[in-house]
Design a protein around this ligand. Structure first.
Ligand code: ADP
Ligand code: MG
Length: 675
């Protein structure tokens, strides 16, 4: 059985097209196959269509994983369009809290996290005939775990004694293919030859190893981009920065600077004379993202200001100039602080080369690096450390344990994380009561894994449900799961106004507490007749709140299902609802407790005693002197370690929990982990 697929002339020109037949055969002939080729050669958008055409989905779907949610959505849109089908029908996508698939879906793009959850529900992936793990070179935590899990699964038989007849394709940019193949039993590597053009690389020396004022790079990249626009011949520009607020700031600056140097400024089509400025980051509305791929109007130069997503996941045609800030935002586990910290760090040399390569896809290009050669040599590592070796493994280890992988130390990791990271995760799971002293998953742990949330937050939610205050906790958990609720304009005057509005929301809720502030935003919008206007007036992203509405109802559904199974035992505690709410939070966040030390600084209570400050975005910022104990949701490291989303608590609420932070001997957990 095969299905006819029509390929456009554009698709026929992609390097992968010539290898269609051989590729289909290679997938049919092998359980594992590694496919590699330059970014933009057509792997992600074309290969699944080839397999579909060849009838490989007659026994199940084709699942294609992506480390980034935007990539999963954008690519699914593109492929459904190429195939002339409505998105969500034959071609669909699923990302956390957003499922756009139907029973007809044959090609399903999804985040690697979603695939991991599918394995939790069905370890041999009965509904799939092919699993494609895309962007394996990115080495995201979930993709790494999936590679290990599938390697394990394919070597054993199902309970019916049948061998699993799933095909696994691992796709990767040119790096690391030998290693992947060796790991997967020396499976064949299919290389799609691709032509690339030379890229001239220039170091502009605007940042050297001694420059510690890092935020200056936003201004520098803007200057360079404008320079390129005025001095270089036709061709689009791609600027690499680290995150949303920075990207917005850079786009604003591009407009302003352009005004100063006498460019025309037109708000309506976001263009400086001859320059079309387009931001690209994860939390952006998808209709805006579509614009990125459209060729600019005649005589206009496109300038895309993007996060690392444009380095490999998404290919924009027509780029001839790269402006590289040299930085990326990364979540790193800090052994010193004992926490995961979001920080802006220098990219690796291999990453810088990948970024530069984006300029040479269709003709010779240029890459402008704002840093110096000295900086490159002294500050930039050769390779990016895989996520599994630098972030908290708590959620993943719980998933593995629930999948029956008891020995999490000897699990087949593509790159083994340091034992210390595994032990920290085990310790944290023990502290949350998700596993017992013998490393076995508890009944609470089994409930926790049902929620696509951080285990700590899940624990707070489950306790709230037991105490009948889930109506407060569900919206909070939902608001914490969406990105960028509060608009932070950046410019001093407007920032002041935004801060005032945000604080007003907090005080209306009766307490200066960031969790309650989130709750109040949620409830105000729910009750409002024109929530978007309310949001605009209060410097809130309405889109974020709208997705929180959907997240909340999905979390509520999961909770109701568990309640119906009688899995949530009711309890009764004394105290007002507001107090109960905060005590529930403490159960999930007692690992993030700090006590005020000197002046405005706090000291964490997890045994590390790190010094932290309250982030200016918090409703509690400026009121430090009235505070004693606090809990916080996350940590951002810029000039200092800032804690965000903060709640004042009483010592009594954590008194009995804190000893648990020191109680268990990690070696005990490590020996049971090895049993
Ligand atoms: P690879 O996975 O090998 O990096 P892709 O399949 O992502 O390659 O891209 C193949 C081609 O399809 C590229 O030229 C890219 O620009 C184009 N493309 C991908 N997504 C879109 C989109 N949403 N709109 C327009 N063109 C796209
Ligand atoms: Mg790709």
């Amino acid at each position: 059985m095969s299905t006819h697929v029509f390929y456009s002339s554009e698709a026929c020109k992609l390097p992968i097209y010539q290898f269609k037949k051989e590729l289909i055969q290679a997938v049919k002939d092998n359980t594992f196959l590694v496919v590699t080729g330059e970014t933009g050669s057509g792997k992600t958008t074309q290969l699944p269509q080839y397999l579909y055409e060849a009838g490989l989905c007659k026994d199940g779907k084709i699942g294609v994983t992506q480390p980034r949610r935007v990539a999963a959505i954008t690519v699914a849109q593109r492929v459904s369009q190429e195939m002339g089908m409505k998105l969500g029908e034959e071609v669909g996508y699923q990302v956390r809290f957003d499922d756009c698939t139907s029973k007809n879906t044959m090609i399903k793009y999804m985040t690697d996290g979603c695939m991991l959850r599918e394995i939790l529900a069905d370890s041999v992936l009965t509904h799939y005939s092919v699993v494609v793990l895309d962007e394996a070179h990115e080495r995201s935590l979930n993709t790494d775990i999936l590679i290990g899990l599938l390697k394990k699964t394919m070597s054993k038989k199902t309970s019916h004694g049948r061998t699993v007849c799933l095909k696994v394709v691992v796709m990767s940019a040119t790096l690391e293919t030998e290693k992947l193949s060796a790991f997967l039993g020396h499976c064949p590597v299919f290389t799609i030859p691709g032509r690339t053009f030379p890229v001239t690389e220039k170091f502009l020396n605007l940042i050297g190893p001694k420059d510690t004022e890092r935020s200056a790079y936003v201004k520098e990249v803007v200057k360079v981009a404008l320079d390129v626009h005025t001095n270089e011949r036709a061709g689009d520009i791609l600027v690499f920065l680290t995150g949303q607020s920075e990207i917005q700031k850079a786009c604003d600056l591009l407009f302003q600077k352009a005004e100063v140097i006498d460019y025309r400024y037109d708000v309506n089509d976001s263009s400086v004379e001859g320059l079309l400025i387009l931001p690209l980051y994860g939390a952006m509305p998808t209709d805006q993202q579509k614009q990125i791929f459209q060729p600019p109007p005649e005589g206009i130069r496109k300038c895309v200001v993007a996060t690392n997503i444009a380095a490999t996941s998404l290919t924009i045609n027509g780029i001839r100039y790269i402006v590289d800030s040299g930085f990326v935002k990364q979540l790193n586990h800090s052994p010193r602080a004992g926490m995961d910290i979001l920080e802006v760090v220098p990219i690796s040399k291999s990453e810088a080369q990948q970024r530069a390569g984006r300029a040479g896809r269709t003709s010779a290009g240029k890459c402008f690096r704002i840093y110096s050669k000295d900086y490159w040599e002294k500050c930039m590592p050769d390779y990016t450390v895989p996520e599994i070796q630098r972030t908290s493994l708590t959620a993943v280890i719980l998933t593995l344990k629930c999948l029956g992988v008891h020995d999490v130390i000897r699990f087949p990791y593509l790159d083994r994380p340091e034992e210390r990271l595994i032990l920290t995760a085990l310790k944290q799971l023990y502290q949350y009561d998700a596993i017992d002293r013998r490393g076995q998953v508890t009944s609470l742990g089994k409930l926790m894994v049902e929620f696509p949330l951080h285990p700590g937050l899940t624990r707070a939610l489950l306790k709230a449900a037991a105490l009948d205050c889930e109506d407060i906790m569900l919206p909070v958990a939902a608001m914490l799961s969406v990105e960028n609720v509060f608009i932070r304009p950046g410019q001093p005057e407007t920032q002041k106004e935004a801060d005032q509005k945000h604080r007003q929301i907090a005080s209306e809720a009766g307490s200066f507490n960031d969790f309650v502030m989130l709750l109040n935003v949620f409830e105000k919008c729910k009750a409002s007749d024109s929530p978007s206007a309310w949001c605009r007036d209060h410097w809130i992203h309405w889109r974020a709140v709208k997705s929180a509405f959907s997240v909340e109802s999905q979390l509520r559904e999961i909770l109701h299902r568990l309640e119906e199974q009688g899995a949530v035992e009711k309890e009764k505690w004394d105290g007002s609802r507001s107090e109960l709410f905060r005590r529930c939070l403490c159960l999930g966040y007692f690992t993030n407790v700090a006590r005020r030390s000197i002046g405005k600084s706090f000291s964490t209570m997890d045994g590390h005693g790190s010094t932290v400050h309250i982030h200016p975005s918090s409703a509690l910022s400026g009121q430090e002197s009235q505070l004693d104990w606090i809990i916080f949701h996350d940590v951002l490291a810029t000039s200092r370690m800032f804690v965000r989303t903060v709640c004042p608590i009483r010592y009594e609420w954590v008194k009995d929990l804190l000893p648990k932070l020191h109680e268990v001997d990690v070696y005990e957990l490590s020996s049971v982990a090895r049993e």
